[in-house]
Design a protein around this ligand. Structure first.
Ligand code: UDP
Length: 455
């Protein structure tokens, strides 16, 4: 391995949660296909949980966030965990760079998640090329940019809200940290701090593709030289140019794909609702109950991912009572599920990876956003990409079963359903094109590589 002539050695540093690891991991694989050596560094805790195996296409290594034994769960508060990650993360990142210094392939580029802006300072200290990798949409990033620079004053007192390159937005379309003032102050500070040093980064990459939000990309390109490089999903589902790249390969939770595949393969085309709220969301008991009754009451089959930590919130005897109408699993290979012909719609929290995966695989959506950027993504799903609907929330903050059932019907059948499916297929084709040779994202990846190599 070490004797191979690489064009450079990239260290990718994601924020250590599933939705941020997946895109950087996938982007690293792309860079390997362009002749670079790539190492993905996760925290020791995540590394021990996922046990990733280094291969010819990707190496794994670790830093510490100070919570090696129990991860975030060990932290006394979000704020404390972020501070500790900065102090211990900076030091152990420097150690990792030093460990590689006298090898045949010293690290000469760090691609960091801007949730960890201190990584750029470490890169600069060592004179290493530093690239920010934004994992959310350009639209969401540009909203935070406006707040960070005081161009959008909070709290918002008048609506609709106008931001260059974005559709007119209502308060409910804004990321939740803005629409619900005072919620999660430590995370809000973190998303705004993404812009504290980005002007010093040598490149700014975004996990989106130009065709998906051209106006936002162009507006934001006036302040940074942006390189949209997405969608970062395994090549098997897009351009098929990377060999054996059919899954992310790193899962915080365990799944058995044969259970889902065997069940889905017995269902007719377009007949199943796939419901999942990602790796982080924790729904209220009431919301779980409304979802459960909506799925059980609808006339369609459903596959529902209910994480182990959420299972106790299911109504009593739910699993027994649904029989073969539904399948409840604790985790699944979402890409495999979304690409199964039986799936007719994705009932989703609109996390950015899930949304981008559905767009890239041509699956219409019912959006039930919970927090952070999901609300803005849901706005785009309904009004910009026109690939589904966003469920209405009641005054008590709950999406009721009738509303969920109504939205499911809208997407699964009728004229609107047909339009959503047609649009979803259009986005799928554009996603494939963007990542294929000479496509907008492929060109941007090449530009990134040549900027780094020639730096
Ligand atoms: N995912 C998965 N299996 C599941 C649920 C989710 O593989 O059962 C993956 C999904 O494909 C996506 C990621 O987990 O890549 C979730 O990221 P997202 O941004 O959608 O949501 P988050 O977990 O960050 O809220």
């Amino acid at each position: 391995m070490e004797n191979k002539a690489y064009r450079g050695h990239v260290l990718a540093l994601p924020f250590p949660i599933q939705g941020h690891i997946n895109p950087l991991l996938q982007f690293s694989k792309r860079l390997v296909s362009k002749g670079l050596k790539a190492t993905l560094a996760t925290t020791l805790f995540i590394h021990n949980t996922m046990q990733p195996q280094s291969s010819s296409s990707l190496q794994f290594d670790t830093i510490s966030d100070g919570y090696d034994e129990g991860g975030f769960a060990q932290a006394e508060s979000i704020h404390a965990s972020l501070n500790r990650m900065e102090t211990i993360g900076s030091k152990t990142l420097a150690d990792l760079i030093l460990k590689n210094k006298n090898t045949a392939n010293p690290i000469d580029c760090i691609i960091y998640d801007p949730f960890l802006p201190w990584a750029l300072e470490v890169a600069k200290k060592f004179g290493i090329f530093g690239a920010a990798f934004f994992t959310q949409t350009c639209a969401v990033n540009f909203i935070y940019y406006h707040v960070h620079h005081g161009l959008l004053k909070l709290p918002i007192t008048s609506t609709p809200i106008s931001i260059p390159g974005l559709p007119v937005l209502e308060l409910a379309d804004m990321p939740s940290f803005i629409s619900v003032p005072g919620s999660y102050p430590a995370y809000f500070e973190m998303v705004l701090n993404q812009f504290s040093g980005t002007d010093k980064a040598d490149a700014v990459l975004v996990n989106t593709f130009y065709e998906l939000e051209p106006e936002a990309v162009e507006a934001m390109s006036k302040v940074y030289r942006l390189l949209p490089i997405g969608p970062t999903i395994p090549s098997f589902y897009l351009d098929k140019r990377l060999e054996n790249d059919n899954d992310y390969g790193l899962n915080l939770f365990v799944s058995d794909s044969s259970v889902c595949n065997n069940w889905l393969n017995t269902k007719p085309e377009g007949s199943v609702i796939y419901a999942s709220f990602g790796s982080m969301a924790s729904l209220s008991n009431k919301q779980m109950e409304e979802l459960a009754f909506a799925l059980k009451g609808s006339k369609f089959h459903f596959l529902w991912v209910v994480k182990a930590s959420e299972e106790a919130k299911l109504p009593e005897k739910f699993v027994e009572e649904i029989g073969n109408k539904g399948l409840v699993v604790q985790w699944c290979s979402q890409l495999e599920v979304l690409s199964n012909k039986a799936i007719g719609c994705f009932l989703t929290h609109c996390g950015w990876n899930s949304t981008l995966e559905a767009l890239s695989l041509g699956v219409p959506m019912v959006g039930v956003p919970q927090w952070t950027d999901q609300t803005t993504n849901a706005k785009y799903v309904q009004d910009v990409w026109k690939v589904g609907v966003r469920a209405k929330v009641c005054e008590n903050g709950i999406v009721e079963r009738k509303e969920i059932e109504f939205c499911i019907k809208e997407v699964m059948e009728g004229e609107r359903g047909k339009d959503f499916l047609e649009n979803a297929k259009k986005w799928r084709d554009l996603a494939i094109k963007a990542g294929s040779k000479g496509g907008s994202s492929d060109k941007n990846i090449d530009e990134f590589v040549s900027r780094f190599i020639n730096s």
